[in-house]
Write a protein that binds this ligand. Structure first.
Ligand SMILES: Cc1cc2nc3c(=O)[nH]c(=O)nc-3n(C[C@H](O)[C@H](O)[C@H](O)COP(=O)(O)O)c2cc1C
Length: 126
């Protein structure tokens, strides 16, 4: 199981590093890479372009078949727009929204994220 992630200012990258799991970073300017195994996608929240770029990544090669679900990073001050990109992607691709967290996440977020992977995505990680 892998994490594919997009990060514009480093928060999501920091979160992914804290998980210690295998990952690939989605290239915002050329999101065309095939993961080739089951994976989840973690996205930050900014504007519609995030949804568009990540959609290109998901639609590339066999990615959509291997995709287990989405996770969002955001800021609760954005209120009803909190993590809207991850929510929109989950809806558009009919995959679960597995978890959301603020900024680069707390130790508890890392724990809850792994719990969600095991519970909903059958990841089998510790
Ligand atoms: C210009 C701007 C717009 C943002 N818009 C949203 C938003 O609509 N919803 C939200 O939950 N967070 C929003 N955020 C917060 C970021 O998604 C959050 O800080 C995230 O952790 C950034 O991840 P990154 O550093 O990996 O790019 C915004 C941040 C910036 C700077």
């Amino acid at each position: 199981m892998k994490i594919a992630y997009l990060s514009l200012t480093g928060n999501v990258r920091d979160f992914v590093e804290k998980t210690g799991l295998s990952s690939i970073e989605i290239n915002y300017n050329g999101p065309y890479e095939e993961v080739g195994e089951p994976f989840v996608v973690i996205v930050p929240s900014y504007d519609e372009m995030i949804t568009e770029k990540v959609s290109l990544f998901v639609q590339f090669g066999s990615n959509e078949q291997n995709l287990l679900g989405f996770i969002g990073s955001g800021n609760l001050n954005f209120d009803h727009d909190y993590c809207f990109n991850a929510k929109d992607l989950a809806k558009n691709f009919q995959k679960p929204l597995l978890y959301t967290f603020e900024f680069s996440g707390t130790p508890n977020d890392v724990y809850q994220f792994k719990e969600a992977l095991n519970q909903y995505a059958g990841a089998g990680i510790k």
